[in-house]
Design a protein. Structure first.
Lengths: 258, 445
């Protein structure tokens, strides 16, 4: 059984249909990249998987570990092992980074019938993960993403993922807004988390991240459909040609600067 | 007497007057007579009065309140005070029950030479001249509730700190109400005076020992001498059927510094007037407020900051959290007079509505007559952010817990401004207990 099975997925925002029949199968241990121009539906797919209600699923199914993912509340998806790294992590003043992560981790553990971690156990757990993402202690005391730089926000997402240890990680444009050093740190974090039990879906506009995180499968999304799938060489191809060749009569997709 | 209203209070005053005449003493009977006459002329305010537009005090006017008699509150034992005190906090604590001082429940720690922390009645007994200044800052001619307080008050606190003296430990003034068979009215009156370069922290708590209806009409006068520093907290946690009307009037002399914090967590119908005036150059003011309401609570905060001298700075932040069918009113006025050049004034009111039935009316206001000033004001009314809720839920936190956490975070900014640590802990607990979504995430906060 595949870890993630998407069949004929259609989704819309208000009257605008954005996903127009996505089919995709992700096995445990695999990393899939989803590439495509702006407006192709990449981020919508990520948000639908995480359970954002802004998007209405009109057709199709998503099975995660054999279960109906679309029937689950966002928090239950997380507890079942789905994690989304946000393209734009939300700033939440007044909620401490450490406090938030501990609350999240313990909510997941409660759901799984595992004992909750106390403050000491939590600190032990997060300490080496912080090193992995090159975060210092002051970081944990700050308010969640509040006043963080773009790079800090993305590192925080991967840090959270490293602590929560999901089975399916959906990374939405995690490379956007990162300078080369931050990209290396973030990529290293992602690579460290690759394992035979875990799958990742990496949504990205550019092939840049894929130079560091080598995908098993690359899908090209255009106008709400997967128009091409292939191996890692497809990413390099796109890097050279851009997305201009994808233009279809009703897509309106513009050639992207690469 | 069953009926309430103005006549009832006038009639109660006659009894008080006779008792005072018989006793041949008591604070300025003539002033009290003038005050009750003025109250009878003014009557209770109505919503036609601009300052009372959103707050209808008819429920106070139509209830037959009896001014609480001076008797030892025999029913109150010390253990019952515990919820209203601040645990390990070392402080001098004066306890008043129904507006009357209870020496038995109060305790006094050793105070620096010349510092006086006493009940007004006690101070007056010892030396009638001690209350000479009382009433100077709070004219009652246009304020019916101040007139009523002036006519009826029996007790309250006197905090007098001489020049150059630092009172390191806070003073806690605890006003408790314990209702009898009929609804009672109490009229706490406080006078806080800080001499030049003196320093103090004063906490006023208003609370109930039971859920019966009662009416508190409190007035606090604060005079800050040059370079004096006062942290003043008012923790309003009255009973769920209580009416609470309070006025705090501050006069700040040159380079004095006031941090005023006002927490409204209780009461059925509440009105606070918190007013300060800069009378000398270089004064500083931080005016903070948090109202956290649910059910049918109605809380009205009026503040007035009068920049009557140059080079003073005021920063005001009031935050409101409203749930259920509660009503919150914020009305802030800042006056910058012609001579008050180099004024810096910032006024902010932020409101978080947690339900469709809650309502808030926010009226910030600046009136500026000077030209070389930095002033701004702003007001927001919003709900919990959907983006923030989704972000938290996507990490496994259920919706109720996420709502609690975000609500708590909104309040946290105000809680963190409490400098007295044991009080901060207490306010924190109270806010957590009032979070709307059951026990979700409470144990963690």
């Amino acid at each position: 059984m595949a870890l993630l099975e998407i069949r004929n997925l259609h989704a819309r925002v208000k009257d605008k249909e954005i996903l127009r029949g996505i089919d995709m199968t992700v096995e445990a241990g695999e990393v899939h990249a989803i590439m495509g121009p702006n407006g192709s539906g990449k981020s919508t797919l990520a948000q639908v998987l995480a359970g954002r209600i802004t998007y209405e699923v009109t057709q199709g199914t998503v099975r995660y570990d054999g279960k109906d993912l679309l029937a689950m509340k966002p928090e239950d998806r997380a507890r079942e092992g789905v994690f989304m790294a946000f393209q734009y992590p939300v700033e939440i003043p007044g909620v401490g980074n450490a406090y938030f992560l501990k609350a999240a981790l313990n909510a997941i553990r409660r759901y799984r019938g595992q004992p909750e971690l106390d403050a000491m156990e939590f600190l032990e757990l997060v300490n080496d993960r912080m090193k992995l993402l090159a975060l210092d202690e002051s970081f944990m005391k700050r308010s969640l993403n509040d006043g963080f730089s773009g790079g800090e926000k993305k590192r925080n997402e991967i840090f959270q993922m490293a602590v929560i240890q999901p089975r399916l990680a959906v990374l939405d444009e995690t490379d956007s807004g990162l300078d080369i050093d931050a990209l290396r740190v973030v990529s290293n974090g992602i690579n460290t988390l690759r394992s035979k039990d875990r799958a990742m879906v990496v949504v990205t506009h550019y092939a840049r991240l894929l130079e560091y995180v080598t995908p098993d499968v690359v899908h090209v999304l255009s106008n709400g459909r997967i128009v091409k799938s292939g191996g890692k060489e497809l990413a390099h191809e796109l890097e050279k040609t851009g997305y201009a060749w994808l233009e279809t009569p009703d897509s309106g997709a513009k050639p992207a600067a690469v | 007497m069953a009926a309430g209203g103005v006549d009832a209070f006038v009639s109660h005053f006659q009894s008080l007057e006779q008792a005072m005449e018989r006793g041949g003493r008591g604070w300025r009977l003539e002033t009290r007579r003038a005050a009750i006459r003025r109250f009878a002329e003014l009557g209770f305010p109505t919503t036609k009065d601009e300052e009372w537009k959103y707050t209808n005090v008819a429920p106070i006017a139509r209830t037959a309140f009896r001014p609480a008699a001076a008797r030892d509150p025999h029913g109150v034992i010390e253990e019952r005070l515990e919820p209203f005190t601040f645990g390990v906090l070392k402080c001098t604590q004066l306890v008043f029950v129904n507006g009357h001082h209870s020496p038995r429940l109060s305790w006094r720690r050793s105070l620096p030479a010349g510092v006086r922390v006493a009940s007004l009645a006690e101070a007056y007994r010892d030396d009638p001249g001690a209350l000479q200044a009382l009433g100077r800052l709070v004219p009652f001619e246009s304020e019916p509730f101040t007139a009523l307080n002036t006519a009826f008050f029996q007790d309250g606190a006197l905090v007098d700190v001489p020049p150059g003296t630092a009172l390191e430990e806070p003073v806690h003034l605890l006003f408790l109400s314990s209702a009898g068979v009929e609804p009672i009215a109490s009229f706490p009156r406080n006078l806080i005076r800080l001499g030049e370069r003196s320093r103090a922290t004063v906490i006023e708590t208003y609370a109930a020992l039971d859920g019966a209806p009662y009416f508190t009409d409190a007035v606090t006068e604060i005079a800050l001498g040059p370079e004096a520093v006062l942290d003043h907290y008012k923790l309003q946690r009255e009973g769920e059927n209580a009416f609470h009307v309070a006025r705090t009037e501050v006069l700040q002399e040159r380079a004095s510094n006031l941090a005023s914090s006002n927490f409204d967590l209780g009461g059925a119908l509440v009105r606070n007037d918190t007013n300060t005036k800069f009378a000398g150059e270089g004064g500083e003011l931080a005016m903070n407020g948090l109202y956290m309401l649910a059910g049918k609570q109605h809380v009205d905060n009026h503040t007035r900051i009068d920049h009557a001298a140059p080079s003073c700075a005021s920063a005001e932040l009031y935050k409101g959290i409203l749930d259920g069918a509660s009503r919150g009113i914020f009305n802030g006025k800042i006056f910058v007079r012609k001579e008050a050049q180099k004024t810096v004034a910032r006024q902010t009111n932020k409101n978080l509505l947690l339900s469709k039935g809650a309502f808030v009316d926010s009226t910030p206001g600046l009136m500026i007559l000077a030209d070389d000033v930095k002033c701004n004001h702003g007001s927001t009314i919003g709900q919990l952010s959907d983006d923030a809720l989704f972000y938290m839920r996507s990490r496994g936190i259920d919706e109720a817990a996420a709502r609690n956490m975000l609500t708590f975070a909104f309040a946290g900014e105000m809680i963190n401004r409490v400098k007295v640590a044991p009080m901060r802990v207490k306010v924190n607990e109270m806010v957590v207990r009032r979070l709307p979504y059951g026990h979700a995430a409470r144990e963690d906060l």
